[in-house]
Design a protein around this ligand. Structure first.
Ligand SMILES: Cc1ncc(COP(=O)(O)O)c(C=O)c1O
Length: 380
C-alpha cells in the first residue's frame, strides 16, 4: 500500500500542453522548441513532463546536468538531450554511453570526449554544441576564442560540431542594448566560422524572455523553460501570452483547534492570538520548499478564502488562522499555490512576497511532496 502524503503537488499536464501550443502559435513555425526540463522540470517532475512534451511533438530537451539526462534516458526519452551546465571528467563515459549531447566551452572537455569516443564508439561520432559567453558572465568561450577552439574540436575524430549556443543575461530583452549586443556578438562569431568554411547547423540563444519579446533571437531553436510551466520570466512580460500555471500545491489540514485569546503560535512566539481563534496546522514547511520568509506574511486558501499564516513556518508544518472560515474542517484541502473557488495564489505572488522569482518557488518544492499528474497522461 502506498502511503499518501498529506501535501501534494498536482501537475496539470493539459495546462502545460496548452502553454506549449501558445508558444508554438507565437513562434509561427519559424523555429523549433527545445524544452528546458532541468531541475526536475522546474519542480514539476522531469520524466512525466518530458514524456508529455515528447508525445506532443517536442523534439529536443535541455537539462543542466548529466544525471538529469540519464534520468530521462532511463525513462525512455529518445530525443536529443542537451547537457547545458557542464560536466567533469568522471561523467564523460556516462554522458557518451547515454547518448547525451554535451555543451562544451573549455579544452579539457574536448580531450575527455575525444578519448571516450575513441574508446567506445570509434565509427559513429557524437554531436557537441559549443557555448559562447556573449555577456552572461557564466559559462562559455569568449567570442574571440571560438575559431581556434572549433578548429581544435574539428581535429578530433568522432566529435561533430552540431550547435552553437549562448544565453541572455537580462530578463526584459526588448529594451536592452545588452541583448542587442549579445545577439550581435553571437551572430558575428558564427559568421567568422562560416568565413573559415565551417557550417554549424544549429544555433540557439533564446530563453523564454527572448521567445516572448525578441524575435530576431529565435534562430534554429528556442529554449523555453518557465513559460512551459505557465509563468513569465519577469513582471514586465507577464500575460504577454495567455499561459496557465501548471502546478497546484495543496495540503490537508492535519490539526484544527480553537485556542483562547493570548495564545502564542510556533517558534519564537512571534504571533499571539488577539481573540479566541481557530488555528489549522498544515503539513508543509520550509523543508518542503515553502519559504520560511512567509512566516506571519503568507496566505493560504481554505474553502475558497484567503487565510493568514500565523507564527513562524516550521520545518514540516505551518499554521493558518481560519477563524474567519467557520466551516473549515479537519482534513480540508488548503491550497498554497493554485486556485480554489474564485481565489488564486500564484508562485509569482509568493516570489514577490519573498523577494525572489517564480523559478525559485517552483524548483525548490521538496522531494517529500509527491507529484500527482492530471490531464494528458502519456502512455507508460
Ligand atoms: C542555458 C539555459 N537556456 C534556457 C533556459 C530557460 O530559461 P527560461 O526558463 O527563462 O525560459 C535556462 C534556464 O535558466 C538556461 O540556463
Amino acid at each position: 500500500v502506498t502511503a499518501v502524503h498529506p501535501t501534494q503537488a498536482i501537475v496539470d499536464l493539459d495546462a502545460m500542453l496548452h502553454n506549449l501550443e501558445r508558444l508554438r502559435e507565437h513562434l509561427k513555425g519559424k523555429t523549433e522548441i527545445m524544452a528546458v526540463v532541468k531541475a526536475n522540470a522546474y519542480g514539476h517532475g522531469a520524466v512525466p513532463v518530458a514524456k508529455a512534451l515528447s508525445a506532443a511533438g517536442v523534439r529536443a530537451f535541455g537539462v543542466a546536468f548529466v544525471d538529469e539526462g540519464i534520468e530521462l534516458r532511463r525513462a525512455g526519452i529518445q530525443e536529443p538531450i542537451l547537457v547545458m551546465g557542464g560536466f567533469v571528467s568522471e561523467q564523460v563515459a556516462a554522458l557518451v554511453g547515454h547518448r547525451l549531447t554535451p555543451v562544451v566551452f573549455h579544452r579539457d572537455q574536448i580531450e575527455w570526449l575525444a578519448a571516450e569516443v575513441g574508446k567506445t564508439r570509434p565509427s559513429s561520432g557524437i554531436p557537441v554544441h559549443v557555448k559562447i559567453d556573449t555577456g552572461m558572465g557564466r559559462l562559455g568561450l569568449h567570442p574571440h576564442e571560438v575559431p581556434a577552439f572549433v578548429q581544435n574540436l574539428l581535429g578530433k575524430k568522432g566529435l561533430v560540431l552540431e550547435g552553437l549556443m549562448s544565453h541572455f543575461a537580462d530578463e526584459d530583452l526588448a529594451d536592452t542594448q545588452v541583448a542587442q549586443e549579445q545577439i550581435a556578438l553571437f551572430l558575428k562569431a558564427h559568421e567568422k566560422l562560416k568565413g573559415h568554411g565551417i557550417a554549424v547547423p544549429q544555433l540557439h540563444i533564446a530563453n523564454s524572455a527572448a521567445l516572448l519579446s525578441f524575435e530576431r533571437s529565435w534562430l534554429s531553436w528556442v529554449r523555453p523553460g518557465i513559460t512551459l510551466y505557465g509563468y513569465f520570466p519577469s513582471r514586465k512580460l507577464e500575460q504577454t501570452l495567455p499561459l496557465k500555471p501548471v502546478l497546484t500545491l495543496a495540503a490537508r489540514i492535519t490539526h484544527l483547534r480553537t485556542v483562547p485569546a493570548g495564545t502564542t503560535i510556533s517558534y519564537g512566539r512571534t504571533f499571539t492570538t488577539r481573540r479566541e481563534s481557530r488555528i489549522a496546522v498544515l503539513p508543509i514547511g520550509y523543508a518542503d520548499g515553502y519559504p520560511r520568509a512567509l512566516s506571519n506574511r503568507g496566505t493560504v486558501l481554505v474553502r475558497g478564502r484567503r487565510t493568514p499564516i500565523v507564527g513562524r513556518v516550521c520545518m514540516d508544518m505551518l499554521m493558518v488562522d481560519v477563524t474567519e472560515v467557520p466551516e473549515a474542517a479537519l482534513a480540508d484541502e488548503a491550497v498554497l499555490i493554485g486556485r480554489q473557488g474564485r481565489e488564486a495564489i500564484t508562485a509569482a505572488e509568493l516570489a514577490d512576497q519573498t523577494g525572489t522569482i517564480p523559478y525559485e518557488i517552483l524548483s525548490v518544492i521538496g522531494v517529500r511532496i509527491p507529484r500527482i499528474y492530471r490531464g494528458a497522461l502519456p502512455s507508460p
